[in-house]
Design a protein around this ligand. Structure first.
Ligand code: ANZ
Ligand code: ZN
Length: 803
């Protein structure tokens, strides 16, 4: 018999599938569609990470199974290829980023092909291809026309090392997500997208989606809806008012001082009235150096300065209260000012303790010497005039009513979600298709002039004043106004990497369309994505952005569904053998190419599925890889036992039906690991037989095929099981046949089990008695004894009492 030689046979089948376009998908309304989606990779110079094949294999398994079940499956791959690492590499090595990208994609593609994924490669997309980003730019123009893209002077998060503005989402613990440098604030004119206009729908529509719960929670937290009130406080000395947002209007009587953000306009506007302005200014300088994260950390020491000469009136108590500035209040949330209730807010409590400010409890139950009492379920309102004795909930409602009557406040909803900072001062991104005209302002390009292609430049570095390298290119920036025809300048900022990935799943549906981002007919048929699997690290940024764009496209009639993805699941990471995250510096990186070379693509696939619970992170294990390779070799060796026969072997039938049932369920439920374990059990049983029928083997290979597509096709062909495996249908099972038809019954003598009999189900006592008495172990157990009694407990135990 031939030896199992994966390198040779895997290449053979990959070429076969390519040549025959086996996985090409056509629009076919006569068939039920299934649209699984995996996150398309960023084609980095490092090549494929062993983490990539884990989710890809899992959904490839589902895709293959569904095809065998007759569904029309759209499963694709592409490249999210704009972005900083490529640009940085290009700068360093003086190579055009497009050239770098092309090279990286070729490598990624070769690597993915070596794993035999059933992608429809004719639908491959690349976000840096002008034919693709034409539509990214087109979507931007629609957003602009609907007033959802606007320019604003924004204090933005600025990474001094990447020299780039970052969205809040890209700032992790106060540092740049990519390079780890602490982020500073810088005021710049930026393009913004009004995602906040969609906050409520992004929140509410989660209810109808099959996202795993942690993903829903992350989306909800990121949107961060708070219901409360907006309240006006008078500042009599300067004849101004200060508006605050609070989630606890019920505690208004306990507001003993106010705090405004250091950046709050009253600070600069009334500097002449502030007696200690020198101290204030010194404090402002100190704060400028801190990130939002450092500022709002709960545990940090509270700092601040009173605004001497300015005080406020608490509208409930009508008492004068001081106004402070402190960095724990952010200008970017609510109104940038708060009423401080140290009795019931821990940060206010710490501040009050630090600066000796009065603490008045207004909810019964706590001990203000120890800390703020934040319970809102139990307590009853005290020290609060007309709301005394009420529950927190009732007091909130009553207070809002009172504020409304007095015309100094109203109910207010706030979101943590901020508008999306959409400009990047970089080269390697989609140019923003806007022209700035002195007379007409920001004018959109005519749609027929899209794509606005990135020009070739000599130098990709951000200019010294932090502008995009495109700003140096006057032959590109100098243009005429699309509206009035006068000389005008092009926008030089580019889009963030999130742009291209916010709609890529739509382009797979109709990737070569020049007239539209996809045809209506194709969108109607294929949308929504039925199942999207991706990393937990993308559940705030990418998921929210793409849901926002999708909802917008729905509103303007471009897409047929409110939501892009019906279901979202997530996979765990593959860690280094030592349990640490794989990284070059730790020296624990596994290169998938080495595994494919030494063991084969089927082994890597099988291993990554068998490695453990799909949703959990797991360390790499070389010995487990070898174990998976040996398993496939044993499957290969089953060939020797195959004999003619279009029915299952009698003694394997039950196990085969059980295996079909279990494997079918497991593949659909992210449990390929236990599915494979079941297939190992069946393989083991088969290997103990002298022979197995062709039908036994057919079903076996079908079930294993989604995990290990190459070896199974090869064995199918070698054993002449009929046609090609990929043309077959998924095996079905008969529930009745999954139940064993024989059972093992222990036989007891005077309460001690002496032996067991294997008998058919459903026999009565007399029939069982006969079989027990015929058993070879029966005679010596009754030697020289008398049988007093025999009782059969059906299918459980056979009891004999002897003397
Ligand atoms: C009075 C109060 C009393 C508050 C109390 C809380 C508890 P969430 O739930 O996150 O929306 N706040 C408002 N704007 C702020 C800002 N710009 N920077 C820092 N803190 C701000 O939080 C809303 C609460 O956070 C608001 O309700 C306000 O403090 C504070 F017993 O007002 B609260
Ligand atoms: Zn003009």
């Amino acid at each position: 018999m031939k030896m199992y030689n994966p390198n040779q046979l895997e290449k053979k089948w990959q070429d076969f599938w390519d040549a025959n376009e086996t996985y090409k998908t056509e629009l076919d309304p006569s068939k039920k569609k299934f649209y699984p989606l995996v996150e398309f990779p960023y084609p980095s110079g490092e090549g494929l990470h062993v983490g990539h094949p884990r989710p890809y294999t899992m959904l490839d398994i589902v895709a293959r199974k569904r095809r065998y079940e007759g569904e029309n499956v759209l499963f694709n791959m592409g490249w999210d290829a704009f972005g900083l690492p490529t640009e940085n590499y290009a700068i360093k090595n003086k190579i055009h980023p497009a050239t770098v990208t092309e090279k990286n994609i070729a490598n990624f593609k070769k690597q993915l092909k070596s794993l035999g994924f059933s992608f429809d490669w004719s639908r491959e997309i690349n976000t840096t291809d002008p034919k693709y980003y034409k539509w990214t730019q087109w979507i931007f123009l629609q957003l602009f026309k609907k007033g959802l893209a606007y320019k604003a002077e924004m204090p933005i998060n600025w990474c001094p090392s990447c020299k780039v503005g970052l969205a809040n989402e890209e700032v992790v613990q106060g540092s740049c997500e990519r390079c780890g440098t602490p982020v500073v604030h810088k005021v710049r004119s930026q393009w913004m997208l009004k995602i906040t206009e969609y906050a409520e729908r992004l929140l509410n529509d989660l209810d109808d989606l099959d996202y795993i719960e942690p993903v829903k929670i992350q989306q909800r937290n990121w949107i961060g809806k708070s219901v409360g009130a907006q309240i006006e406080f008078q500042l009599p000395r300067i004849n101004e008012k200060l508006t605050v947002f609070t989630t606890r209007p019920d505690t208004l009587f306990g507001a003993t001082y106010m705090v405004v953000a250091p950046e709050h306009p009253i600070v600069k506007n009334y500097k002449d009235q502030i007696k200690n302005y020198d101290d204030v200014e010194a404090y402002l300088e100190e704060v400028e150096k801190k990130s939002d994260f450092e500022r709002t950390e709960l545990v940090k020491d509270k700092t601040g300065v009173p605004l001497e000469g300015i005080y406020a009136i608490n509208p409930a108590t009508e008492e004068e209260i001081p106004v402070w500035i402190s960095d724990y209040v952010l200008m970017t949330y609510g109104t940038g000012a708060i009423m401080s209730v140290p009795g019931h807010d821990q940060r206010d409590w710490e501040f009050a303790k630090e600066f000796n400010l009065p603490i008045v409890p207004v909810i019964e139950g706590g001990n203000i010497d120890e800390g703020a009492y934040t319970d809102t379920e139990e307590g009853v309102v005290i020290n609060s005039g007309f709301i005394n004795g009420m529950s927190v909930a009732d007091a909130k409602a009553k207070m809002i009513q009172w504020l409304e009557e007095k015309g100094i406040g109203f109910e207010k909803v706030n979101y943590k979600l901020r508008d999306w900072v959409f400009s990047r001062q970089r080269y390697w991104g989609e140019p923003i298709p806007i022209v700035h005209c002195d007379d007409c302002g920001a004018v959109p390009l005519d749609e027929k002039d899209l794509p606005l292609e990135l020009p070739k430049v000599e130098n990709y570095e951000t200019t010294d004043d932090g502008q995009s390298p495109l700003a140096n290119l006057s032959e590109w920036t100098d243009t005429t106004c699309p509206k009035c025809g006068k000389p005008a300048k092009r926008e030089t900022d580019t889009m963030p990497q999130w742009a291209g990935s916010s709609w890529y799943f739509l382009r797979y549906i109709d990737p070569h369309n020049d007239e539209a981002l996809a045809s209506k007919e194709a969108l109607d048929y294929f949308m929504p994505v039925d199942w999207y699997n991706g990393g937990m690290e993308h559940t705030t940024l990418h998921l929210l952005y793409s849901r926002f764009w999708h909802k917008f496209l729905y509103d303007i009639g471009v897409v047929p569904t409110k939501e892009p993805y019906q279901k979202r699941t997530s996979h765990g990471m593959i860690l280094g053998e030592n349990g640490a995250k794989m990284s070059k510096s730790r020296g624990n990186v596994i290169n998938p190419d080495d595994i494919v070379r030494d063991y084969g693509g089927d082994t890597l696939r099988t291993y990554e599925m068998f490695i453990g619970d799909f949703e959990k992170s797991v360390p790499w294990s070389d010995s487990s890889v070898r174990g998976c390779r040996r398993f496939l070799e044993r499957v290969w060796n089953l060939s020797e036992k195959v004999v003619e026969g279009d029915e299952y072997s009698k003694d394997l039938e039950t196990l085969i039906h059980q295996t079909i049932k279990k494997v079918s369920y497991d593949y659909e439920n992210l449990k390929a690991n236990t599915g494979i374990a079941q297939l190992m059990t069946l393989q083991n049983e088969m290997s103990h037989r002298d022979q197995i029928t062709k039908e036994d083997f057919r079903t076996y290979l079908m079930l294993l095929n989604p995990v290990a597509p190459h070896i199974t096709e090869e064995l199918w062909e070698m054993n002449e099981l009929g046609g090609y495996l990929h043309e077959q249908t998924w095996p079905t099972y008969d529930e009745a046949k999954t139940i064993e038809d024989t059972i093992e019954v222990p036989v007891q003598f005077n309460g001690k089990v002496r032996f067991k009999v294997v008998i058919p189900r459903g026999l009565d006592q007399e029939e069982v008695k006969k079989l027990v008495h015929e058993d070879e172990n029966f005679a010596h157990n009754v030697e020289n004894k008398n049988i007093v009694k025999e009782i059969y407990v059906p299918e459980k135990i056979y009891n004999i009492v002897v003397k």
